[in-house]
Write a protein that binds this ligand. Structure first.
Ligand code: NDP
Ligand code: KPL
Length: 345
């Protein structure tokens, strides 16, 4: 792991997929001195064109960028030569975005995938093999609080695989309040993050903000059970997931199962969550978009199958998301527990 904090280099960046994460990062990086081009679409692009870009933070000063300071595009413009592209589309958009980047960027251009899941950079490489695909990870939550207003509601440091371009740009990210932890091998980091992301479907099906959901022992027990299956599959595969919280990954399920008073004590740092923050999957369900359940629970199921470990609850979660009562009718943690166990294959 390497950190930098020296002079900020001049840089042109491209954000491919200007949604919650993309717009938040764009705001902070532009405020730190980079020229940032954003490719987006639909609602978010209209919001930015109308209101400008506002990024607020659980721990840093807000950034306000007026409309005329933004470089917004509906399509990837030709002739752009970014020092680095950030891929921040949902996993369902990886193929289209990678194809577009492959058509417009010069061979060898570095693209950092900041998506959840395990293999988005590898998938993107299949569509655009001549680009230099890098794996990254966003540990914190970003929510859209109002049109054009993105808010980071939890803490944590960006991580990425070590590469010369990221060494050069590390001071920019540090200056933007987004220090980059660089790793020789991102796989343990991605699996460490995925263990936490198993909460995404639980959160989405709870209908609650993250903090309220995590303060409910019933939901925590469900998350713990999903994590136990993933940890068994990881152990069988010989993968040691990286530590993303003060506790080692193997001890997370027991902590989650603790009574509320003890959990509150043990998870003090984990619970530094803005009361409004929700998982990115809750946003997907709310907006009727395809979720990333296959990239999360599906990845656990596939790993389990490869190594002979049963993962029935993750498998059941794959089909429950999408077949759960609509928002406003969520039946609570006990019903979710029963639904997961009743017909676990
Ligand atoms: N939100 C969060 O707190 C976190 C998210 N992540 C991960 O980061 C990734 C991005 O998440 P998030 O920012 O929430 O996602 P969003 O859906 O908010 O943002 C993605 C944006 O990209 C747009 N888009 C998709 N394809 C294209 C394209 N080809 N050209 C232009 N724009 C495109 C989408 O438009 P449209 O909506 O029309 O499809 C959307 O506005 C996901 O993998 C997520 O799991 C990781 C950590 C935290
Ligand atoms: C930050 C976290 C774990 C929860 O918000 C996330 O990755 C997501 O929402 O997708």
């Amino acid at each position: 792991m390497v950190d930098d904090n020296t002079a900020v280099p001049p840089a042109t960046l491209l954000v491919m997929g200007c949604g919650s994460v993309g717009a938040f990062l764009a705001a902070r990086l532009q405020a730190a001195g980079a020229v940032v081009h954003c490719v987006g679409r639909g609602r978010m692009l209209n919001a930015l064109r109308t209101h400008g870009l506002r990024a607020t933070d659980i721990e840093a000063a807000p950034v306000e960028l007026p409309v005329d300071s933004l470089h917004l595009h509906e399509r990837l413009p030709s002739g752009l030569l970014p020092d680095l592209t950030l891929l921040t589309v949902k996993c369902s958009g990886t193929a289209d975005a990678a194809r577009a980047l492959g058509q417009r960027l010069p061979p060898g251009s570095p693209v950092l995938s900041l998506q959840n899941g395990i293999d988005q950079a590898a998938q993107a490489r299949e569509w655009a093999p001549r680009l230099d695909w890098l794996t990254g990870m966003v540990p914190f939550n970003v929510a859209e609080l109002a049109p054009g207003h993105l808010h980071r509601g939890t803490t944590g440091r960006l991580a990425a695989e070590d590469a010369p371009v990221l060494q050069r740009l590390a001071p920019l990210f540090a200056h933007a309040g987004l220090p980059l932890q660089r790793h020789a091998d991102m796989r343990p980091v991605q699996w460490g993050k995925l263990l936490l992301n198993l909460n995404n479907p639980v959160n989405a099906l709870s209908g609650l903000p993250l903090r309220a959901e995590l303060m409910n022992r019933g939901y925590r027990r469900i998350l713990a059970a999903l994590q136990r299956e993933a940890l068994a599959a990881l152990a069988a595969a010989g993968i040691a997931p990286a530590r993303m919280t003060p506790l080692p990954p193997q001890r997370l399920p027991a902590m989650l199962e603790a009574p509320d008073w003890l959990f509150r004590l043990l998870a003090r740092r984990m619970l530094r969550i803005d009361p409004q923050a929700r998982s990115s999957m809750a946003d997907d369900l709310a907006q009727g978009r395809r979720t990333e359940i296959d990239e999360l629970c599906g990845a656990v199921v596939r790993l389990g199958r490869e190594h002979g470990v049963a993962t029935p609850l993750n498998e059941r979660m794959l089909s429950l998301v999408g077949h759960w009562p609509p928002p406003g009718e969520w039946p609570g943690a006990d019903a979710l527990h029963q639904a997961l166990h009743a017909s676990a294959p």
